[in-house]
Design a protein around this ligand. Structure first.
Ligand code: NAD
Length: 474
C-alpha cells in the first residue's frame, strides 16, 4: 500500500511541509501509512488568522446547517474506505471503525439540525417597561486537540457543534491518526463552508503546544490526563476557556443477583474490545464474593473465544494497540501487577504476540491499591476485586481519583436507583457495558476525568457559545 505525504490545511489550501513523523500500520510495522509534518507556531498563527477571517462568512444558520448535513452525507457514503483507513492507521477493527464513521456522520447531521434550533430567552424585567433578552452567540475561533482512539468521532463532536453555533476551528488531530484526519478534512472541505472555517494543523506535542499558546477564544481537548492538565494550564492562563475530556479507571460492579452471562459479556466488551483503548473501557471488575467464581469462569470462557488478529478482517474482534510505544506502556502496566505478586488468571496467546498486539489479560486478585486499580493502563487489561454487598462495592468503585463512567449489574431496582445518584461518575451504566454512549446525550466525567462543560448533544452549546444579556427600555 502507498504511503501518504500529508499537508496542513490552512485557509482552504493544503500547505505541504517537511515530514518529521511516520505513522506505521500497528498490525504490520514495516508499512508506513503516512508521513506527517509538525506545525510550527507560524503555521498555527496563519491558521488562526484564516479562522478569524472566516467568521463573518459563518453568520448564516441555513448555510451552516446545509454544510453540516452535506458533511454527514459524505461521511456516510465514505464509511467503507474511511473505516479501512482507520483500521490501517490505528489498528481499530474495521467493523468498529466503520461504525465510528457512521457515528461521526450522524453527529454532523444532528448538529445540522441544531444550527436551526439556536434559541434565546426573553425575561420579564423587574423594571417596568424594560425587556431582557438572552442570546447564545458564537465564541469565535475555537481550537480542538484530539486523540487517536476515536479519530473521526471525537473530532466530529468538537467540529460539528463549533460550526453549528457559528465558530471557526483550528484542529490538531493526533499524530497517530493524521491520515484519517486528512481524509475527514477532505470531506469537510467539500461542504461549501467559507475558506478557513475549519483548518487543520498536523503534528505531535509541539504542534499542540503551539495551538495552546495561540490567541484562540476557546480550546477543546480530549486525551490523556497528563496532557490535559498541561493544556488546561496553558489555555486558562491566557484567559481563554478550556474543555478537557481525559482518562478513566472505570469500574463495573457485579452483584450477587446479576444476570451473570450478561455481566460477563459486558466485562469482555468493556475490557477487551478496541484492545481496551477506550476512555470508557472497564479496568476494574468489582464482584460480590458469592458470584466471584462463576463470573470469572464465564469471562474466561469468552476471553478464550475472542478472535484476535488483523484489524482489517471483519471477523476480528480485538486488534493491536496503536503503536509499539503504547504496547510497551501496557506491558509495563502488566509487569507492575506481576511485581506485586498478581498472576493473570486468563491471557490469550502469550507474550509472543507480534507487532503491537498485546493479549487480553485478566487478574483475579486485584487490590484497590494496585496500580491497575488506580491508574489508566489503556490496553486489554482488567482486574477483579472481591467485595461483600452493594455498599462495599460502591465504596470501592468510588475510591479512585477518576470518574468518567461506571457500571452496575443487578436485578435490584433499589440498588440501580441508588447507583445512578451516588456513583461518582459522569456516566452511570446499569446492566450495560461501561463503554458505549449515545451521540445526542451529554458526555463527560467527574473528578480528574473532566474539566469544563459537557460535550455532545445540546449540552455542547455551553462551551461553543457565549451568553449575552441585553436590557432595553422603551
Ligand atoms: P495524548 O494525551 O497523548 O494526546 C492527545 C492529543 O494531545 C494528541 O493530539 C497529542 O498530539 C496532543 N498533545 C500531546 N502533548 C501535548 C502538549 N504538550 N500540548 C498540547 N497537545 C499535546 O492522548 P492519546 O494517547 O492520543 O489518547 C488516549 C487518551 O485519551 C487516554 O488517556 C484516553 O482515556 C483519553 N480519551 C479520553 C476521552 C474522553 O472523552 N474522556 C475519549 C477518548 C480518549
Amino acid at each position: 500500500m502507498s504511503t501518504l505525504d500529508l499537508a496542513h490545511h490552512i485557509g482552504g489550501h493544503a500547505r505541504p511541509a517537511s515530514p518529521v513523523l511516520e505513522q506505521r500500520n500497528p498490525a504490520r510495522l514495516d508499512e508506513v501509512v503516512a508521513r506527517v509534518p509538525e506545525a510550527t507556531a507560524d503555521d498555527v498563527g496563519d491558521a488562526v488568522a484564516a479562522a478569524n477571517a472566516a467568521l463573518p462568512g459563518l453568520s448564516g444558520v441555513e448555510a451552516r446547517a446545509d454544510a453540516l448535513h452535506a458533511i454527514g452525507e459524505a461521511l456516510m457514503a465514505r464509511r467503507s474506505d474511511l473505516g479501512l483507513l482507520i483500521a490501517r492507521e490505528t489498528g481499530k477493527t474495521v467493523v468498529d471503525a466503520q461504525g465510528e464513521v457512521m457515528r461521526a456522520a450522524r453527529l454532523f447531521r444532528f448538529f445540522g439540525g441544531e444550527a436551526l434550533r439556536i434559541v434565546g430567552e426573553r425575561y420579564a424585567s423587574v423594571r417596568p417597561g424594560v425587556t431582557v433578552e438572552v442570546s447564545y452567540d458564537p465564541v469565535g475561533v475555537v481550537g480542538a486537540i484530539t486523540p487517536w482512539n476515536f479519530p473521526v468521532a471525537i473530532p466530529a463532536w468538537k467540529i460539528a457543534p463549533a460550526l453549528a453555533y457559528g465558530d471557526a476551528v483550528v484542529w490538531k488531530p493526533s499524530e497517530h491518526a493524521s491520515a484519517v484526519a486528512a481524509a475527514l478534512m477532505e470531506v469537510i472541505a467539500g461542504a461549501g463552508l467559507p475558506a478557513g472555517a475549519v483548518n487543520m494543523v498536523l503534528g505531535a506535542g509541539g504542534a499542540g503546544r503551539a495551538l495552546c499558546a495561540a490567541p484562540l477564544e476557546a480550546l477543546s481537548f480530549t486525551g490523556s490526563e497528563a496532557t490535559g492538565r498541561v493544556v488546561r494550564e496553558a489555555v486558562t492562563a491566557r484567559g481563554a476557556r478550556c474543555q478537557a475530556e481525559m482518562g478513566g479507571v472505570n469500574g463495573l460492579i457485579v452483584l450477587a443477583d446479576a444476570d451473570l452471562d450478561a455481566a460477563a459479556e459486558a466485562v469482555v466488551n468493556g475490557a477487551y474490545f478496541a484492545a481496551g483503548q477506550r476512555c470508557t473501557a472497564t479496568s476494574r471488575i468489582i464482584v460480590d464474593r458469592q458470584v466471584f467464581a462463576p463470573l470469572v469462569a464465564r469471562v474466561g470462557e469468552r476471553m478464550r473465544a475472542l478472535r484476535i488478529g488483523d484489524p482489517s478482517d471483519p471477523a476480528t474482534q480485538v486488534g493491536p494497540l496503536v503503536s509499539a510505544r503504547q504496547k510497551s506502556a501496557v506491558q509495563d502496566g502488566i509487569a507492575a501487577m506481576a511485581a506485586r505478586g498478581r498472576r493473570p488468571v486468563e491471557a490469550g496467546r502469550g507474550a509472543a504476540a507480534p507487532e503491537c498486539f498485546v493479549d487480553p489479560v485478566l487478574f483475579d486478585s486485584m487490590s484497590p491499591d494496585d496500580p491497575l486499580a488506580q491508574e489508566e493502563v489503556f490496553g486489554p487489561v482488567a482486574g477483579v476485586m472481591v467485595v461483600d454487598g452493594y455498599e462495599a462495592a460502591l465504596e470501592t468503585l468510588n475510591r479512585v481519583r477518576f470518574g468518567l463512567c461506571g457500571g452496575l449489574f443487578t436485578r435490584s431496582l433499589k440498588h440501580a436507583e441508588h447507583f445512578k445518584r451516588h456513583a461518582r461518575v459522569g456516566m452511570a451504566m446499569i446492566n450495560l457495558p461501561t463503554a458505549g454512549v449515545d451521540y445526542h446525550a451529554p458526555f463527560g466525567g467527574m473528578k480528574a476525568s473532566s474539566y469544563g462543560p459537557r460535550e455532545q448533544g445540546r449540552a455542547a452549546r455551553e462551551f461553543f457559545t457565549v451568553t449575552r444579556t441585553a436590557y432595553q427600555a422603551p
